[in-house]
Design a protein around this ligand. Structure first.
Ligand SMILES: Nc1ncnc2c1ncn2[C@@H]1O[C@H](COP(=O)(O)OP(=O)(O)OP(=O)(O)O)[C@@H](O)[C@H]1O
Ligand SMILES: [Mg+2]
Length: 341
């Protein structure tokens, strides 16, 4: 029930390691956190099966039963490794011509037939006068139709009204960056993968997905110390890179591989666009590992921040302690729930 014009939305982030939901009510410029919940599949199972739709539906139902949100209206994200995005530059003719020209251009960049994708685009910059016609930069996003259908089916089966399906990275940008227009990078350190996102003037510019995440880090720790996955997960969360030398030797080579990819992506963008990326924001469950922020700072030589998606959200003070830990993992779910639908 909407009271005095406040409206509740449920943001649902179906990850490969877990499910996160967050319910926000919104009145004017203000968001209130009503509810949140997390299911962590990897920590429980210690293996990395591809989560079947049935497992996801059951997990989602369970999470809803436990958190009892006051709305069934949900905005869901679609994983960045299932979507295809790019920024293209083209001459600006008129809005009408652009509408015709974009699908034509898109064919050159999107590796699957256009009839199999939902294509979306937005103009992110007009400028760079060449001759008489200004150039426009267009953000292109393509979601395979079968994946969109699959997601819709999962949510409907779990009893939710899916109001919108949104790209994960768009939700992350909404959750983390208020008016920040400076060039920056956001690194989402997830369970199965890590995504590297360059944002400039508030828009996604480059997005890379790297198939290495927290799961592999826990596994490396378990194997090299000869301990169980559960115990390794505990050590990772409690000590991480601030523990003893044996822990560091097991963990740091994997973090180095991630840092290497991050550095490459950032350097490419800086070179191509002749700008400096001043800060790097870490989010995702793995960003909570002790010592990771300093490690990134030392290796990258940039300002590293841990993303705080709760900055513009009010919540009950009782939740403060648990939210301090859960915050960076909830970035996607919170960004989704902030969407105006
Ligand atoms: N406090 C913590 N310290 C260290 N690692 C943590 C902590 N909390 C969670 N993690 C790790 O974060 C990972 C899960 O991150 P996250 O919840 O962002 O993944 P996901 O969104 O489900 O997966 P993906 O983004 O790959 O689809 C797991 O590997 C887990 O071990
Ligand atoms: Mg994730």
């Amino acid at each position: 029930m909407a009271l005095f014009g406040s409206k509740s939305i449920l943001g649902v982030d179906l990850g490969t390691a877990g499910i996160k939901i967050a319910e926000l009510s919104n009145s004017g410029d203000r968001f209130d956190l009503k509810n949140y919940g997390i299911i962590d599949f990897l920590a429980k199972e210690g293996s990395s099966p591809k989560l079947s739709d049935d497992i996801l539906i059951a997990g989602l139902k369970d999470l809803i039963a436990r958190t009892r949100p006051s709305t069934k209206d949900a905005v869901a994200s679609i994983s960045s490794f299932l979507t295809f995005t790019t920024v293209i530059e083209m001459p600006y003719l008129s809005a009408k011509d652009l509408e015709k020209a974009i699908p034509f251009e898109a064919r050159k960049y999107i590796p699957i037939p256009l009839s199999d994708v939902v294509l979306d685009w937005s103009i992110i910059n007009v400028g760079g006068q060449s001759n008489q016609t200004p150039n426009v930069e267009v953000f292109l996003a393509a979601v395979p139709k079968n994946e969109a259908e699959r997601y819709k089916n999962i949510f409907t089966s779990a009893g939710l009204n899916i109001k919108a399906l949104e790209l994960e990275n768009i939700a992350i940008i909404r959750a983390l960056l208020g008016d920040d227009k400076s060039p920056l990078a956001i690194i989402n350190l997830g369970g199965r993968s890590t995504s590297i996102l360059v944002v400039d003037k508030g828009f996604e510019r480059v997005s890379r997905n790297y198939e290495l995440g927290g799961f592999e880090i826990t596994k490396a720790l378990a194997v090299s110390l000869g301990i169980s996955f559960e115990r390794a997960e505990e050590i990772k969360r409690k000590d991480g890179l601030k523990g003893n030398q044996a822990f560091n030797q097991a963990i740091s080579p994997l973090i180095d591989m991630i840092v290497f990819e991050v550095r490459k992506t950032i350097a490419n963008y800086e070179e191509n666009k002749m700008v400096k990326i001043g800060k790097v924001i870490l989010i995702g469950g793995q960003s909570q590992m002790p010592g990771i922020k300093d490690y990134f700072a030392q290796k990258l030589g940039k300002d590293i921040l841990i993303g705080d998606p709760l900055k513009r959200i009010s919540y009950n003070k009782v939740l403060e302690e648990t939210l301090k830990n859960a915050g960076p993992s909830l970035s996607v779910a919170l960004g989704l729930a902030m969407r105006k639908i």
